[in-house]
Design a protein around this ligand. Structure first.
Ligand code: TZP
Ligand code: MG
Length: 221
């Protein structure tokens, strides 16, 4: 068990590229197909996000994404629902500011499962680390239709956060190939992409290019 948690944490430390299978963004498109291409294209972490669905109805899809990611050695996280994450043996759950506290989610999850937390300021990022998040998402960096309700935090926050967080952090929000270099130059090592990936004509090729831009794994903060 201890080894299982350790393996997950190591994979998280090495992860640079995090893709989200967002059913809202996908609309009628096939989430399994998108996930398969993302994994083939080299995402290190895959998350299932479905804002307007009952968690029970997501279980078959979550199970199939678990199988898919397992065979590729890709981390798999479930957004919002620790119980679903537990039931399908995901690597962990991702929680937002409005979701249940990390301590509550830990009671539902297995001891070997990871928790990530969305944050939108330095204060929230530090609080998430104090709460015991295994990784932290910081954003939206840029304005994005995928998360319209939160003000963009801007590029300068990246370097500030980098200087003060010890846990791995991922930049998210409006990131795409065209602005990735700027995000990396602002101090990011790890990024999350949603619509840039899911709306691209060739998801696998897109992911491959992003993965190449992020460079080899290792030597990360
Ligand atoms: N949290 C902060 S920004 C965001 C989330 C879920 C959406 C990111 O989506 P996109 O399409 O990569 O801008
Ligand atoms: Mg949430």
């Amino acid at each position: 068990d201890e080894e299982r948690l350790w393996r997950r944490k190591v994979r998280l430390r090495l992860a640079r590229f995090y893709g989200i299978v967002d059913l809202g963004v996908l609309g009628e498109s096939d989430p399994r197909g998108a996930a398969r291409e993302m994994v083939a294209g080299g995402v290190d972490v895959l998350q299932l996000r479905a804002k307007n669905r009952e968690p029970e109805s997501l279980e078959p899809l979550a199970r199939s994404l678990r199988e898919l990611t397992d065979s590729a050695g890709t981390l798999f996280l479930v957004n919002d629902w620790p119980l679903l994450a537990r039931r399908v043996d995901a690597d962990g759950v991702h929680l937002g500011q409005e979701d249940l506290p990390i301590a509550e989610a830990r009671k539902i999850l297995a001891a070997t499962q990871l928790i990530g937390k969305s944050t939108h300021s330095m204060e929230q990022a530090l609080a998430a680390e104090r709460e015991g998040a295994d990784y932290i998402a910081v954003g939206p960096i840029f304005a994005t239709p995928t998360k319209p309700e939160v003000e963009p935090v801007g590029l300068p926050l990246i370097r500030e956060v980098r200087g003060r967080l010890r846990k791995p952090f991922f930049c998210i929000g409006g990131i795409r190939k065209e602005n990735l270099r700027k995000v990396l130059e602002s101090g990011a090592d790890r990024v999350v992409m949603v619509s840039a990936i899911l709306r691209s004509a060739d998801i696998e090729a897109y992911c491959r290019e992003v993965a190449a831009m992020l460079g080899p794994k290792g030597l990360l903060t």
